[in-house]
Design a binder for this molecule. Structure first.
Ligand code: AMP
Length: 221
């Protein structure tokens, strides 16, 4: 099973890139944030528990997040391989993923950090908009839709996530950036970390990622 981890602070472009990369590389895109939002909308116990943390801009506790993600990895549509977007977000999650994959004689192939400075993250998150029908991602400043307020792909209404409002954005970045650095250190120690410059245009970042992930594994950096 191929497991690619996309790392980055909120707003770095993980979701945007994973949505394009997954079909090009024939991998399943799994985003824990999307899974929590779907569970909250469906009113499940995990969803309601997670929502309280998400609304405050806090990370959902590891035991909830790890169990949800590892369960999802056992589904038949994940057997070929996955791009993980937004997981792991703490060193404990990274270790739990290593253990679970090791039991399946697999492992994280590569962890790619999409690197974007903090000031830019605030600007991007405040402008981020999602479509109601499918969660397609836009940005009022950096990636606007052709018709304001409407999804280019399915025409549905665009909205702002509650946790993309300024105060919550700051709380998310304050908690998540130190954890992100620790997760990067975890993969660096394993020789699996690659960093790409997330300040370039979306398509350029995509092409660098596709090129990196399309090399045969023995020649990868
Ligand atoms: P995202 O859509 O990736 O920005 O995630 C939205 C929210 O879901 C985060 O702010 C956290 O509250 C929660 N979340 C998503 N992924 C994780 C994770 N791996 N660990 C803990 N909380 C998470």
């Amino acid at each position: 099973m191929r497991v690619i981890v996309l790392l980055g602070a909120p707003g770095a472009g993980k979701g945007t890139q994973a949505a394009v990369l997954a079909p090009r590389l024939n991998l399943l895109h799994l985003a824990t944030g999307d899974m929590f939002r779907a569970a909250a909308a469906a009113g499940t116990r995990i969803g309601l528990e997670a929502k309280a943390y998400m609304d405050r801009g806090e990370l959902v506790p590891d035991h909830i997040t790890v169990r949800m993600l590892l369960d999802r990895l056992t589904a038949s549509d994940a057997t070929h391989g996955v791009i993980l977007d937004g997981f792991p977000r703490t060193p404990a999650q990274a270790r739990a993923l290593d253990v679970a994959l090791d039991e399946r004689r697999s492992g994280v192939e590569e962890a790619i950090l999409i690197d974007v400075p903090a000031e830019e993250l605030v600007r991007r998150l405040s402008g981020r908009r999602l479509c109601r029908a499918a969660g397609h991602i836009y940005n009022e400043v950096t990636n606007p839709p052709h018709v304001p307020g409407e999804c280019d792909i399915d025409g549905s209404e665009l909205y702002q996530r509650a946790d993309d409002q300024l105060e919550t954005v700051k709380a998310r970045l304050d908690q998540q950036i130190p954890e992100l650095l620790d997760v990067c250190a975890h993969y660096e120690a394993q020789g699996k970390l690659r960093t790409v410059d997330g300040m370039r245009p979306i398509e350029e970042v995509t092409e660098e990622l596709v090129a990196a992930l399309s090399q045969p594994s023995e020649s990868r950096a």
